[in-house]
Write a protein that binds this ligand. Structure first.
Ligand code: 13P
Length: 256
């Protein structure tokens, strides 16, 4: 079983001072943490200050997006090299909010994933179906297309460290989390596709995170699913206490 990854996606929240304070609280709450990894995806403007707070800790830093070109006349864009320079080891790519509001497609996702890997960043690729697609029985087909499309240009060498997040669009920010059965079914399907794209052992080691209204009171059940290897947390990651409860899920019971 891969080490669980608990990731925060702060989205477009937190000014620099607020980011530093939240990061500091997370670092304090993760002191001595064993058997699980923690990642914070901060807004671009907070990356430098958060990197300073995370220095010397086991908590990793991600950007929430990037552009695939290395440099040049791309006003408003941020390259993988800039993200690395700001202290990131990871980058979120293909979040449904970017697909929905900013025209992200499987093609642009694939280019970003490949460029991230080339720059030494670990991509956290997000996939997920809309409510209409789920109701039409298209969930497996949609997430497989997003996965294969997003990894179209990805090198085999990157598979071992790749992070994947299943985030059903209808569960994001709505308070309607997927049931553990729904999450497990999709995660198991994604792992089968990953095995087809690489091999069974590699696929078994890839962490597939669940995202969509993960809260302190539902994380235990979700994390009990064999194919759920972590969580990508939006709203609940903005309060250190809630996020730390998610990070420390199931510790008392000694299950993980
Ligand atoms: P919420 O946890 O607010 O539903 O957001 C999930 C998400 O989009 C994380 O990337």
């Amino acid at each position: 079983m891969p080490v669980p990854m608990l990731a925060a996606n702060w989205k477009m929240n937190c000014l620099a001072d607020e980011s530093a304070e939240l990061a500091r609280s997370v670092v304090e709450g993760c002191a001595g943490l064993k058997g699980r990894d923690v990642l914070l995806a901060a807004p671009f403007t907070s990356l430098h200050v958060v990197a300073r707070e995370l220095a010397g800790s086991s908590v990793s830093l991600a950007a929430q997006d990037m552009f695939w070109e290395q440099s040049g006349a791309w006003t408003g864009e941020v390259s993988a090299e800039m993200i690395v320079d700001a202290g990131c080891s990871h980058v979120v790519i293909g979040h449904s909010e970017r697909r929905e509001h900013f025209g992200e497609t499987d093609y642009t996702v694939a280019r970003k994933v490949a460029a991230a890997h080339a720059a030494g960043l670990i991509p956290l690729l997000c996939v997920g179906e809309t409510l209409a697609q789920r109701e039409a029985g298209q969930t497996a087909e949609v997430v497989e297309r997003q996965l294969r499309g997003g990894l179209f240009e990805f090198e085999q060498a990157g598979f071992a460290s790749l992070l994947l997040a299943y985030e059903p669009v209808w569960a994001i920010g709505t308070g309607h989390t997927a049931s553990s059965e729904q999450a497990e079914e999709v995660h198991a399907g994604l792992r089968t596709v990953l095995a087809d794209m690489s091999d069974t052992d590699t696929a078994a080691g890839i962490r597939i995170l669940y995202g969509g209204s993960v809260k302190p009171d539902n994380v235990d059940e979700l994390m009990a699913c064999p194919n759920v290897n972590g969580a990508l947390v939006g709203g609940a990651s903005l309060k250190a206490e809630d996020f730390l409860r998610i990070v420390h899920h199931r510790e008392q019971s000694g299950v993980i």
